[in-house]
Design a protein around this ligand. Sequence first.
Ligand code: NAD
Length: 329
Amino acid sequence: MSKNYLVTGGAGFIGSHVVDLLLKNKKSVTVVDNLCTGRKKNIQLKNKKLKFVNCNIQNYSKRLESIFKNIDVVIHLAALADIVPSINHPEEYFQTNVNGTLNVLKASQENNIKKFVYAASASCYGIPDKFPTDENTKIKLEYPYALTKKMGEDLVLHWSKVYKLNVTSLRLFNVYGTRSRTSGAYGAVFGVFLAQKINNKPLTVVGDGKQTRDFIYVSDVAKAFYKASKYKKSGDIINIGSGKETTVDFIANFISKNNKIYLPKRPGEPDRSRANIIKAYKLLNWKPTIKIANGIQMLLDNINYWKNAPVWNKTKISKATKVWFKFLK
Ligand SMILES: NC(=O)c1ccc[n+]([C@@H]2O[C@H](COP(=O)([O-])OP(=O)(O)OC[C@H]3O[C@@H](n4cnc5c(N)ncnc54)[C@H](O)[C@@H]3O)[C@@H](O)[C@H]2O)c1
């Protein structure tokens, strides 16, 4: 049985929940993270089974390689994960999400890792024409984040084919939950709304609010990673979502019904999102368990986490998305 896990990006939002679940299952966990968006306080630093290594995956080195010694399973989550800033800084996203993935793959291969699980993104489906969207849906890359995450996935699958590394790629839909990023970048809807709610500012709904997303709670996602880490076959791509659609307005109303404003819809983004999750059930015996209303309530119960997060307003958002509108119109 695999005992020694290495989680890149383990101090981040999803990574820290994966780490918690591994520790709960008595695994030894090495976290590799440069803390660019992650936080040490997200992980149980006092746990004797946890080792934290501050390391940047952008550069391959003997040091990086040596961290992977005696590791059985690698779960690779480290990435630049905010979508909007990728249009301004494509090369940085390439350095981390593509080169970084290559470096993590190389270090895994050099150390004869038994299993490699990649955090891919459902953004690769772009604006899909098939709902629910399954893994064979056409790839349409609309912006640099989606491109670099797909290039990372292609590298991972190629390493399975050529170097016989045992890999699984999980294509995550919209993950939400406690400890989601509070970095400076304009990011995912929940962090934006919660910081606005704490500060009694209007929630900024993009578009008419009727667009849907497939929101999946982070502890369910952590379970999917754990199951994938024990999945014997190599080379599968598996969607991880709730299989359900929720409108952005539903979320805004749940958080702050009478205090919201509407901003122009962003080009390049879908009106609907809904994962087909049959494959996850068939291959991993995985199913989501947290209903959206319960998930949002857990966030509201922990709202102080977003106390120091940036508070976005119409002017700041319009500045942060200017280049996006220029190129993706
Ligand atoms: N959150 C979502 O909805 C979602 C959806 C699809 C895919 N994903 C993918 O899941 C993964 C985790 O995303 P998240 O939402 O937890 O983001 P996050 O920013 O909270 O986590 C990313 C972690 O990677 C670390 N990191 C970034 N660059 C690094 C580098 N060069 N070297 C070492 N560590 C580095 C960060 O410090 C952070 O701890 C990412 O690969 C992301 O692309 C997330």
